[in-house]
Design a binder for this molecule. Structure first.
Ligand SMILES: [Zn+2]
Length: 96
């Protein structure tokens, strides 16, 4: 008799915590010759960079709730905002 739930619990079911996934080709089939960062990694990196930029700017804690939609771009934080936005859009790839 086999136990019913032997599936390991992954934080990310997409990549099974491998942090990389095989991209899909234009025809919808999986391209096993390539790997790309999983969405969970992209999101994690973007979040870390954003937090780092916020810390770097020494902004008040309440700005953590800001999103790109409701974010007020003050001149002092424009540079950080632009960088965070570029990161969120995948403009910079700096794997660490
Ligand atoms: Zn993942």
């Amino acid at each position: 008799m086999l136990p019913m739930s032997t599936e390991p619990e992954y934080q990310c079911p997409l990549c099974c915590d491998m942090f990389v996934v095989h991209p899909r080709k234009d025809d919808g089939t999986v391209d096993y010759t390539r790997v790309v960062n999983c969405k969970c990694v992209e999101a994690k990196i973007a979040l870390q960079k954003k937090k780092a930029l916020i810390n770097w700017c020494e902004l008040p804690v309440k700005t953590e709730d800001f999103t790109f939609e409701n974010y007020k771009v003050f001149p002092e934080v424009k540079k950080a905002y632009d960088a965070a936005l570029a990161l969120a859009q995948g403009g910079i790839s700096n794997p660490r």
